[in-house]
Design a protein around this ligand. Structure first.
Ligand code: FAD
Ligand code: DHB
Length: 385
């Protein structure tokens, strides 16, 4: 079996890459270890930069996004019992859109299959040869080999691609907290996202639709989900979002819940020979600031462009620049995510001095136009490359 680009992993990075390549007449096969239902139901990110929605539209996956995506022009930072709006669009001229990762994955799978694309579920890649190049995978009980010109490693943090890069360097930071995320059948209590800091910990109010809310709570890294009854979750959220002006958090049935660990991680370089890493396979950010999915999209946008130039002109210039081009944007997002995380969470190891500094920082970001603009331009996303 042979194709031009073998894509390991059918998450947002792998599926979008396959679609972008298809639009440029480049053939690919996507190999995904899990089943279709699993990848379409996995609850994860939801906030898209304008650059991400532009690329999705350009790829042909913009129809439902334009119909159902919720365009936002600002966000709220809440602390000390009061809210402070950051007017994102006024400050940057750009918008962000709430549209769940589950929906992006559904749209891309449907689009690839409708176009006759080769997306194989329950196909687990076992080994990658970055030089020959080829991938070996298990599908329906048989071990098969897919020969190709290039391999795209889009298999997430726990995949097999990153270990296939010899001598790769990694940089990491763990945090003394995690997020408990819920999905609830209740109209959002806010029109814009609320990032709340309190002594009890961080909380985030996001949304999925006019009828569905998405909320997150800072918890301990080893938190036992079983210790959180619905009532305890709602009480803790209400306490962290409490204001002095009578604002109320609406409650409703919780339909999904999970604890997500928080980590910063970067692997360099993002390329070895004919193997290119993209998305979570190469880097992880803590979710504060919503950069994970957006970075996966920018990586594959850069990769699709580079592969198109290679097939159209024979030039490997953009492929040679791939790792450095992506890493510049990756490190900016790493810094922003780390900065938002430390700005907003209650660090159990912080002393009183650190707490006073954090409060001063929050007051600065919400009172200085220069500081607020720094947050805004990173949040809406910096230019691609
Ligand atoms: P993934 O989505 O991880 O996709 C990789 C795919 O590769 C998976 O489908 C996997 O099954 C497959 N795979 C793995 N190994 C193999 C193999 N050997 N063979 C074949 N296939 C393989 N980001 C935010 O911005 N906001 C959030 O709230 C947020 N919440 C998150 C919650 C969780 C629990 C996690 C894990 C991540 C979260 N993220 C969030 C990050 C965001 O979801 C990721 O950045 C995004 O999914 C990256 O996409 P990806 O395609 O690179 O990787
Ligand atoms: C969402 C997740 C984030 O990490 C974030 O910063 C904003 C929104 C979300 O899932 O909606």
């Amino acid at each position: 079996m042979r194709t031009q680009v073998a894509i390991v992993g059918g998450g947002p990075a792998g599926l979008l890459l396959s679609q972008l390549l298809h639009r440029r007449g480049i053939a690919s096969v996507v190999l995904e270890s899990r089943d279709r239902r699993y990848v379409e139901q996995r609850q994860r990110a939801g906030m898209l930069e304008q650059g991400t929605t532009d690329v999705l539209r350009e790829s042909g996956a913009g129809e439902r996004l334009d119909r159902e995506g919720l365009v936002h022009h600002g966000l709220e930072l809440r602390f000390g019992g009061a809210g402070h709006r950051i007017p994102l669009t006024e400050m940057t001229g750009r918008t962000v859109t709430v549209y769940a990762q589950t929906e992006i994955v559904k749209d891309l799978v449907a689009l690839r299959l409708a176009d006759g694309g080769d997306v194989r579920f329950e196909a687990e890649v076992l080994e990658i040869d970055a030089s020959a190049p080829s991938v070996t995978f298990r599908h329906e009980g048989r071990v098969e080999t897919l020969d190709c010109d290039y391999v795209a490693g889009c298999d997430g943090f726990h995949g097999v691609s990153r270990p296939a890069v010899p001598g790769i360097r990694t940089f990491a930071r763990d945090y003394p907290f995690a997020w408990l995320g819920i999905l609830a059948d209740v109209p959002p209590s806010t029109d814009e996202l609320i990032y709340a800091h309190s002594d009890r910990g961080f909380a985030l109010h996001s949304l999925r639709s006019p009828k569905v809310s998405r909320l997150y709570l800072q918890v301990a890294p080893d938190e036992d989900l079983g210790a959180w009854s619905d009532a305890r979750i709602w009480d803790e959220l209400a306490a962290r979002f409490a204001t002095g002006d009578g604002w109320r958090l609406r409650e409703g049935p919780i339909t999904d819940r999970a604890v997500t660990p928080m980590r910063s991680f970067v692997a360099e370089p993002m390329r070895h020979d004919r193997l290119f890493l993209a998305g979570d396979a190469a880097h992880i950010v803590p979710p504060t600031g919503a950069k994970g999915l957006n970075l996966a999209v920018s990586d594959v946008t850069v990769l699709a462009r580079a592969l198109a130039e290679r097939y159209e002109t024979g030039s490997e210039r953009l492929l040679d620049d791939y790792s450095a081009t992506c890493l510049r944007r990756v490190w900016r997002a790493e810094h922003f995510s780390y900065w938002m995380t430390t700005l907003l969470h209650a660090d159990p190891e912080a002393d009183e001095f650190a707490r006073r500094l954090q409060r001063s920082h929050l007051e600065y970001v919400t009172s200085s136009e220069a500081a607020a603009t720094t947050l805004a331009e990173n949040y809406v996303g910096l230019p691609l490359a």
